[in-house]
Design a protein around this ligand. Sequence first.
Ligand SMILES: NC(=O)C1=CN([C@@H]2O[C@H](COP(=O)(O)OP(=O)(O)OC[C@H]3O[C@@H](n4cnc5c(N)ncnc54)[C@H](O)[C@@H]3O)[C@@H](O)[C@H]2O)C=CC1
Ligand SMILES: N[C@@H](CC=O)C(=O)O
Ligand code: NA
Length: 431
Amino acid sequence: MTEPVKVALLGCGTVGSEVTRILLDDPGELAARVGAPVELAGIAVRRPDKHPELPQHLVTSDATALIDSDVDIVVELIGGIDPVRDWLLSALRKGRSVVTGNKALLSEHGSELAEAADESGADLYYEAAVAGAIPLLRPLRESLAGDRITRVMGIVNGTTNFILSAMDSTGAGYAETLDEATRLGYAEADPTADVDGYDAASKAAILASLAFHSRVTAADVHREGIAGISSSDITAAKSLGRTVKLLSICERVTEEDGSESVSARVHPVMIPKSHQLAGVGGAFNAVYVEAEAAGQLMFYGQGAGGAPTASAVLGDLVSAARNKVAGGRGPRESAHAALPVRPMGQTPTRYHVSLDVADKPGVLAQVAQVFAAHGVSISTVRQRDRRSTASLVVVTHQAPDAALRSTVDEIDKLDVVREVVSVMRVEGEAE
Ligand SMILES: NC(=O)C1=CN([C@@H]2O[C@H](COP(=O)(O)OP(=O)(O)OC[C@H]3O[C@@H](n4cnc5c(N)ncnc54)[C@H](O)[C@@H]3O)[C@@H](O)[C@H]2O)C=CC1
Ligand SMILES: N[C@@H](CC=O)C(=O)O
Ligand code: NA
């Protein structure tokens, strides 16, 4: 009989409880897939008394003792940096493989963890960390390893997509929809990580690192969340045949001197209703990958929630267990390209600017003059008269983000501008 592969589970909340259920549900089937029994050796939880549903002989509050015991794989589903970082480094250094969904940790300390895994020959897998159930990281790391990826763009945060979809379709309020996302197990322990874009920025850092064989950290990613999105932004988008999505955009860019760099950013974007990402609703995620030989690929599925995320964790666990049985490790990730990160100010973007202006002659010319002075070319202008004011909606062509920002700042100071109603970046052409 083949020796069992022993697994330590750290954390038994939304995702951990689903992983436990699947692991204990059909051990015979898992053993057949792995080629050896997969034995859950222990479950570390913060408060054992809060988990009467778990097999009590497996439950412990001592995570370090469990990691140090005779286990082969550590599955971490606690989240955050401390104390998890030290625990996982220690596990990897002892040759235990690690499976985790902890994007906050990976986007800050990914290189340290990968080095520890390389040194001991352990696996470090984290498919659950980006886009939940969707197989995305393994395709980037393995299937596309021979291609040259140029762009990875999409919706990678389920909570904010859930909120924006509800605001667009039912006009539901921001706070009530966030409560619902938390109840459904989509939101992070601290949901400001979702709404302020930190979670999506961590995921963008992981995607850019794998896609461009470099080390991009969350701090390298330009980040704006959805907390500032108002119903007037949503209405402005609708009047242009657009909708608002929080997008993560990672690109390989060629600088003027021919050198390459990476642009990685997360911010709300107005996209046409006809855009494929516009139809991605609820907590679903969708990511486009563009590669030179493959062309465009699209990945779509459930990006959050206990069971979908547990699917990704189990996939990694089976892979790591198979490698243990075979006596080796899976493909490592490469960061040899070490591309620098281009600052957001230099990144070309397009803006939608909606203004309330005085309804008198020469106003349009004054506004247009500010755009021209900053070298920003206008794509379309719409004007609608009200009683004593007019509404002016300007959509620009591409310009460096810093030029667009300073244009808006200066327009805001014009006497004839009563209010800057909405400013947002746009992607794609509306019909
Ligand atoms: N919920 C989701 O949809 C997804 C979550 N993730 C990631 O998976 C991880 C877990 O997420 P959730 O299950 O949603 O979080 P959760 O908050 O529901 O569960 C975390 C569990 O860890 C326990 N815990 C905290 N400190 C501990 C300690 N020192 N020792 C033992 N247990 C401890 C908590 O009591 C809690 O039960 C996080 O890294 C999260 O970012 C990734 C993808 C999707
Ligand atoms: N809070 C995250 C969970 C999955 O990563 C999200 O909403 O996407
Ligand atoms: Na995934």
